[in-house]
Design a protein around this ligand. Structure first.
Ligand code: MG
Length: 265
């Protein structure tokens, strides 16, 4: 399994690959170029991992999120009804796999949502379901952090969710991008999120109402998808509060593990 990463090494940005437990540097200027190469690793070079800090593997031009894509999560938050919905998170909400989530003063209830992130491989609009897989480069982990109290107010008033979902640091992404060839069935992956070592969310992508190819096709009915965009595919049940000092550990089978920290603004 290869996981493609973005990092800084002694302050210098780079792309690389973790393969067989070893980290290598790749000669790409950024992850978009790496995706365009088809994740070619022939020019990889050994690297001293001592000074490496992992960044979000990609800085998406947009993050498209699906809401209400797991039946048991729909049940726990009781929406008015209907199927999955689409909303966006700004690129300024992105942080890396070791970074801290800042809990904004304006909210008393920030909650975690672990989600499988679909990384778009090439530009497309109105993508048919049978072609949708061609537009997927790979997968990553994304947390759709949510100010639940602000969301509850918005839902009451029929307002959009941009503000409650879009704070700076509310989209940790990582640890890398795993190309789809290593993930033959993205619709059957165990996911788990722990807070301070205690399991909170534990499910499987088999519980998704809409699977990755359907999601890509559905979203592309409304907007053009571009290489490097990330689609957050919805969260399973078990969402809950994070507090100052909490350690949030996210794992998705075949994709990886990341650890973020929550701190007060
Ligand atoms: Mg979500």
């Amino acid at each position: 399994m290869n996981s493609f990463i973005s990092y800084t090494c002694k302050g210098v940005p780079g792309t690389g690959v973790i393969s067989g437990g070893k980290t290598y540097a790749l000669p790409y200027k950024d992850m978009r170029e790496c995706i365009a190469s088809g994740f070619d690793t022939t020019r990889k070079k050994d690297i001293n991992t001592g000074g490496i800090k992992l960044l979000s593997p990609i800085l998406p031009s947009k993050i498209v999120c699906l809401g209400w894509n797991y039946a048991k999560h729909v049940k726990e938050l009781k929406p008015a009804g209907g199927g999955p919905i689409i909303f966006l998170k700004p690129s300024t909400s992105v942080i890396g796999p070791d970074d801290s989530i800042i809990l904004p003063k304006i909210s008393k209830q920030v909650e975690h949502e672990i989600e499988l992130g679909i990384v778009v491989g090439k530009k497309g609009k109105d993508i048919s379901l049978d072609k949708a897989d061609e537009y997927i480069a790979g997968y990553t982990i994304i947390l759709d952090m949510t100010a639940r109290d602000l969301q509850a107010e918005a839902r009451k008033k029929g307002d959009p969710w941009d503000v409650c979902k879009g704070f700076d640091t509310f989209a940790p992404i990582g640890p890398g991008i795993v190309p789809k060839k290593y993930v033959p069935d993205a619709g059957r992956l165990a996911l788990e999120l722990k807070v301070n070592g205690k399991p909170r969310q534990k499910s499987n992508t088999s519980e998704m109402l809409m699977k990755p190819p359907e999601i890509v096709s559905y979203v592309s009915e409304y907007m053009t998808l571009e290489a490097g965009d990330v689609i957050a595919s919805g969260t399973p049940e078990g969402v809950g509060l994070v507090k100052d000092g909490d350690v949030i550990e996210s794992t998705i089978e075949k994709i990886g593990y990341m650890r973020n920290y929550a701190i007060n603004e």
